[in-house]
Design a protein around this ligand. Structure first.
Ligand code: ZN
Length: 149
C-alpha cells in the first residue's frame, strides 16, 4: 500500500530531523556497556554506549555516535528515545516489534509503544534498508549480550 502524500511528508520530516539533530548523541564514560555495529553494504557505522541500573535490569542511560545514511542515524536516534529508561525485557519486546515492522513480518504486539518508529515501515520494500534501520538495535542487543559474558 503506497504511503499517502501526507504520510510521506511526515516521514521525511521526522527522518531528516532525527538524522540532522540526533537525540542522545555522544558517549557515556566507563564503566558502561559498548558495542560497535557496521553495515558495509551501505557504509553505516553505529557505536552504542549504555549503562544498566544496579540490579542490571534497566537501561538507565543510552547514547550513540555514528555515521551513515539518514535511516540508520534516525533509527538510532529514535531508538534511544524509546528504550532509554526501559527494562531490558521491554527493550527486547520493542526491538522484536520494530523488526516486524521494518521486515513486514506480521503485526507488532504493541504498535503504540513504537510511536514514530512506525514511520520507518516503508523500508520493508527495500531489503538493504532493513539493515540500516536495524543496525542500532542490533548493536544494543550485542552490548547487552556482552554484559552476560
Ligand atoms: Zn544505511
Amino acid at each position: 500500500m503506497p504511503l499517502s502524500e501526507e504520510l510521506r511528508d511526515l516521514y521525511q520530516q521526522v527522518i531528516l530531523d532525527h538524522s540532522r539533530n540526533p537525540r542522545n548523541h555522544g558517549e557515556i564514560p566507563p564503566p558502561c556497556l559498548h558495542a560497535h555495529g557496521d553495515n558495509p553494504s551501505c557504509g553505516d557505522e553505529i557505536d552504542v554506549w549504555l549503562r544498566l541500573s544496579e540490579d542490571g535490569q534497566n537501561i538507565e542511560d543510552l547514547k550513540f555516535t555514528g555515521q551513515g545514511c539518514a535511516i540508520s542515524q534516525a533509527s538510532a536516534s529514535m531508538m534511544t528515545q524509546k528504550i532509554k529508561g526501559k527494562s531490558k525485557a521491554q527493550a527486547a519486546a520493542m526491538r522484536e516489534d520494530f523488526r516486524r515492522v521494518v521486515m513486514g513480518d506480521g503485526a507488532p504486539a504493541d504498535e503504540d509503544a513504537l510511536g514514530e518508529l512506525i514511520l520507518l515501515e516503508g523500508v520493508q520494500k527495500f531489503p538493504q534498508r532493513v539493515k540500516c534501520a536495524m543496525l542500532a538495535w542490533r548493536a544494543v542487543e550485542q552490548a547487552l549480550e556482552s554484559a552476560k559474558a
